[in-house]
Design a protein around this ligand. Sequence first.
Ligand code: ADP
Ligand code: ZN
Length: 746
Amino acid sequence: MDQKAFTLDPSRDASAAIDGVRVKILLPLPFAGPLDYSLPVNMAKPVAGSLVRVPLSGRKVIGVVWDGKTTENGKVIAFKKLKAIEAVLDLPPLAKDLRRFVDWVSAYTLSPQGAVLRMCLPSPAALGDVPVKRYYVSTGTKPSGLRITPVREKLLEIAADAIPRTATELAKCAGTSLSVVQALAKAGALQVIELSSDAPFSEPDLSSAGPHLSEEQTRATNAICAKVQDGGFAPFLLDGVTGSGKTEVYFEGLAKALAEKGAQVLVLVPEIALTSQWLDRFEARFGVKPVVWHSEIGQAGKRRAWRGVASGQARVVVGARSALFLPFRNLAFITVDEEHDPSFKQEEGVLYHARDMAIVRAKLAKCPIVLASATPSLETLVNADQGRYETLLMRQRHGGAVLPAMHAIDMRTHAPEPGTWLSPVLVSEIEKTLAAGEQVMLFLNRRGYAPLTLCRTCGFRIECPSCSAWLVEHRFRRELQCHHCGHMEPVPDVCPQCDTKDALVACGPGVERMFEEVRQRFPNVRVSVMTSDTMTTSLETARVVGEIASGQLDIVIGTQIVTKGYHFPGLTLVGVVDADLGLRGGDLRAGERTYQQLVQTAGRAGRADKPGRVYLQSYEPEHPVVRALLTGDGEAFLSAEKCSREQYSMPPFGKLVAVILSGPDMADVMQQGRALAASAPIIEGLHFVGPAPAPMARVRGQHRFRMLVHAPKDMKIQPVIRSWVSKAPKIGGVRIKIDIDPYSFM
Ligand code: ADP
Ligand code: ZN
């Protein structure tokens, strides 16, 4: 616990003596820094990190007593004009390493400090009083005058074991109504106990030994556990092929960390909704459920989790990227699983990359961190090459399973029949697999039925009214949908432009169209589609995942959500419907990303005793990404990729910053772009590109322009960008968004 008392700015001590005490409070609002409040005379000075309630323009806001360096805005408000702190909340103060983390993320991403703090606090409701629940136990006495009916007798007998039960539970056990419970309580035969409705989290059981580890696993585990033992910052890259048992390795690190009294551990995973299998494995090993943190858990769940973590009582958290901002008291170990996953980059609000920030969090918490992946990002590989991370390699699948055999299908010579998308080669492989009683996965990273609807008569393409994007047909729902703003409209009967009836045709395949084709070809098999449209809750996902794992489905068709870390023992054939899809449009990381995605997809095949096969349908089988997959020589591909990035000083060898301008009026947005370009600083090594219309030139009715700043890796770019953007003339109505280390170039 951080007991260091809040210290005042020495330059103000003199006035403090006359005026009273000023306290800096950071509010979870988009303010650049903390605000000054006065300490009421009868209130003890709260320590830094304390949560306090303060007034702000007629509202009550919960903020945090802040320390450390802050960017003063110059103006100091006279003491007598300051508002007073109203109350110090009865919650543990935010630890010092979290406070410095907020400062760091804010400075790095150029986001207001308050906006970063906001990610650390749950909603005010979750910080208020925890609701209490009323439980009943027997008092052991039967007040005289109380008429004992058989049903009352039975109820008192049940309550005699002193286990607290709610009125509903008790009434149910005794087969009676609530009024009987209430009558007995009123008469004094039952006693009411009020308990917090947030049950504490159970302690993980560290006594079970875990599986017998392979030699590679043992080596990796020993390296990690040694650092956990020593404590201190120690970053690892756990680079192990799909199915090599990386989870078992970091489970050992986690168990080692948890053996220390009060230590807490964090596992970041890409999409928490998809981790039913992970949770089952954790529970099988540690006998309890970990704290799960993601958007689906709701207010009460967040309150319980946040408070459990803040008090130090919750020991293990598994969560999506935002779990990085939870108020750990004693963080002792972090794992970022599937560290290459694009979903670790947050693209709204504070733009940060959770993998990179996890490294910073570990540094500040002085603890080891494991970045695990079968396909590490180039960023991480370069850090490992340069000796900043220790690499732990695992090249064998667990239990002698072999990596799947990879094949390309040249779609120019093995074209599908018109109106279909599966080549005869893949169809015959599916037939063989089904005949052997094994399972098939078809991967196509496109939701919906068809990405484009076109009029055969006039060529009109149906576009979103507020974005520069085609509407995607969702045939299951009979709707057209924009995947950028969510706009939906029914599929029209006639062409909106030329009014011709029945002229609209669906162009290209999405997973729903694949489903239709599979249904037609294999009418008797059990098929399911897995996309974010069909898997809307973790429960639903868990159900389908369970069905595949237990062999109740024959073919699963899915987008990227099927590729994430699942273990399906009966799955032996993976068909990639369009291996070239991710390579088109080509931004900086298109090749790397496609490679990672296809290796992960392929990694679902043949994970148990039966060997797997992967077929990649491609019109460009000689493309380096497809070649790398076929030959299994990922290293050659990645070093070529590294070379070309290095040659052009692209990340991770150079730095990029994107500046995205948006607004309702295109002329204003353009003008803002010109103003920024005109005031761009002239510094050696710094290059400005644009402004130019963004590839997504309009989203939700907002016109968008982009600029790109290219800098050498060692340049401290943030102060330069901050001063440039703050000094440039501003055009009203235009939003300026700064994206340090951009991953999206749309
Ligand atoms: P990865 O995350 O590297 O793809 P997993 O950790 O999911 O691999 O392991 C793949 C499968 O092998 C899982 O079913 C896991 O339980 C099993 N496994 C891994 N290591 C061992 C081991 N040492 N003993 C028994 N089973 C293991
Ligand atoms: Zn739209």
